[in-house]
Design a protein around this ligand. Structure first.
Ligand code: NAX
Length: 327
């Protein structure tokens, strides 16, 4: 058996974690030969709920679940972590403006960035899920000068999977046979779900769907899927978010299947003319624990306009928290 890896998770008693932790413990994320230590982190007032969840995990007797530790602070919780899933964040409260939300979360992710810098393993891989995920990833990364920005990512895999699921349903294809979907930009309604490079069983998707359906129905449906789910369920996506986290971390760590492209929110290196230094969702392939941006894709005028629009939103988010970022 391999040595266990340490996975730190914030927001561990929340709705997403409620599905996620059981999937991590059964080997879905790191592989079925990799034992895990779960370092679960919550707000002090949620520790009792977290204890209950830990009991349930124990009661599953998962062979790969080595140890569970519970923490009410990130400084302890991130200790020696090889992986950190930053799920807990402040939700938008009544009367709260977008700027207020950015600012309260900036405080949380500043502290978490510092704690990762000082306490996590030097090679830690970080996934930010808590919203606004892209800008929270920027804040955490900027507060962790000893870590490379490439160790930080933001979750846009849920958007990617949503696009794939909706397309599969529309075309009658099996999701396994679909490749080349790209989510560009922010995990927000400005994101651009791009099907221009997508294929079903190797055949271009654009030859199989109606342009009007793509632009008028598909794109807005993917962009607003999160709020459609809140309207229908009364609470936000949880199980599908957990599944997307598993996919993101598994692909990053163990590699994407040969030839397959996935979407990840990562630090921009200027590819495709996107401003360097913001966390923007790009098409990537992963190998040997690293992601690489898929380069050289042709972009039509519509795509370029959509990509600029979501970039603009991320630049505005960055401007709103710039005064809180270390120089
Ligand atoms: P819940 O409200 O069910 O759970 C969040 C948990 O985080 C709570 O138990 C809370 O006590 C804890 N928490 C808050 N601040 C914390 C901190 N500083 N340290 C440790 N724990 C903290 O939310 P849930 O449905 O699990 O969603 C969590 C976050 O994911 C939200 O910010 C949500 O907006 C975001 N999402 C992001 C998605 C993405 O694709 N990037 C999709 C799903 C989800 O909407």
């Amino acid at each position: 058996m391999r040595r266990p890896v340490r996975i730190a998770i914030t927001g561990a008693a929340g709705a997403i974690s409620n599905s996620l932790l059981f999937q991590i413990a059964d080997g879905s994320m790191m592989g079925d030969d990799q034992p895990v230590i779960l370092q679960l982190i919550e707000m002090p007032e949620r520790m009792e709920a977290l204890r209950g969840l830990a009991m349930e995990l124990e009661d599953c007797a998962f062979p790969l679940l080595h140890t569970i530790t519970l923490h009410d602070n990130v400084e302890e919780g991130f200790n020696n972590a090889h992986y950190a899933l930053l799920i807990g964040a402040r939700p938008r409260g009544p009367g709260m403006e977008r700027r207020d939300l950015l600012e309260v979360n900036a405080e949380i992710f500043t502290r978490q960035g510092k704690a990762l810098n000082d306490h996590a393993n030097r090679d830690v891989k970080v996934l930010v899920v808590g919203n606004p995920a892209n800008t929270n990833a920027l804040i955490a990364s900027r507060n962790a000068p000893k870590l490379s920005p490439s160790q930080f990512t933001a979750l846009t895999r849920l958007d990617h999977n949503r696009a794939k699921g909706i397309l599969a349903n529309h075309t009658g294809a099996n999701p396994l046979d679909i490749d080349g979907i790209i989510i560009w930009g922010n995990h927000s309604p400005t994101q651009f779900p791009d099907l221009y490079h997508a294929s079903v069983l190797g055949q271009p998707v654009m030859e199989q769907i109606d342009q009007e359906w793509y632009q008028q129905e598909f794109i807005p449906k993917v962009q607003t899927r999160g709020s459609q789910i809140i309207d229908a369920r009364g609470v936000s996506s949880a199980a599908s978010a957990a599944q997307a986290i598993i996919h993101h971390m598994r692909d990053w760590t163990l590699g994407t299947p040969p030839g397959q492209v996935v979407s990840m929110g990562i630090i921009s290196d200027g590819s495709y003319g996107i401003e360097k230094g913001i966390f923007y969702s790009f098409p990537v392939r992963c190998n040997y624990g690293r992601y690489q941006i898929v380069k050289g894709l042709d972009l039509n005028a519509f795509s370029q306009k959509m990509m600029k629009h979501t970039e603009q939103e991320l630049l505005e988010e960055k401007a709103a928290v710039n005064h809180l970022l270390p120089a």
